[in-house]
Design a protein around this ligand. Structure first.
Ligand code: SF4
Ligand code: SF4
Length: 163
């Protein structure tokens, strides 16, 4: 248990409102992901974070399941910015090296192709079949500047080394 975890969250952009939560459950009952997947419950994420269950929150899948629809945030009677809090927690998790494989793959494709998905052979063949040119990497130079300025390159590299 880490009693400073909620301070760490409130200290990040988007995480400021977490301590307003009084656990009414409106967010959970408004959430389309919670309806489909029992692992996900935004009220629970807030509760465990406030209780200092840092490792459980950072190392688990739930924080990555939010689809950022903002239903919860629109309806919270306490104006808790739940989706933004989840982003803040994801950023903490990412810095600690907890990142789902799919996001590592997005990052890798972004750095090499300028897209979050590599162009498959199937797509290439379909494009060729209708006379479209082969897709080339795009915007790499601009992306490299953004990655360097935000520290993203170092974090992705650190993650690859630990995999
Ligand atoms: S709706 Fe707001 S106050 Fe209610 S549990 Fe969710 S975050 Fe907390
Ligand atoms: S923003 Fe995330 S937590 Fe909120 S309702 Fe949508 S999926 Fe659920």
């Amino acid at each position: 248990m880490d009693t400073r975890f909620s301070d760490e969250i409130t200290g990040r952009p988007g995480g400021e409102t977490i301590t307003r939560c009084y656990q009414c459950g409106t967010c959970a009952s408004s959430c389309p992901v919670a309806k489909l997947d029992s692992r996900f419950n935004p009220r629970e994420i807030i509760k465990l974070s406030l209780l200092g269950e840092k490792e459980e929150i950072l190392s688990g899948d739930p924080i990555w399941l939010c689809c950022s629809c903002y239903n919860c945030q629109e309806r919270c009677p306490q104006k808790v910015e739940i989706a933004d809090i989840i982003y803040a927690i994801r950023n903490i998790a990412f810095k600690k090296g907890y990142i789902p494989k799919i996001y590592s793959e997005f990052a890798s494709a972004l750095t090499t192709e300028g897209r979050i998905g590599k162009v498959s052979k199937f797509v290439e063949n379909k494009r060729a079949g209708v006379g479209l040119p082969t897709l080339q990497p795009t915007g790499i130079e601009a992306l490299e500047k953004i990655f360097a300025a935000t520290g993203f390159s170092k974090l992705s590299q650190k993650k690859e080394e630990t995999q």
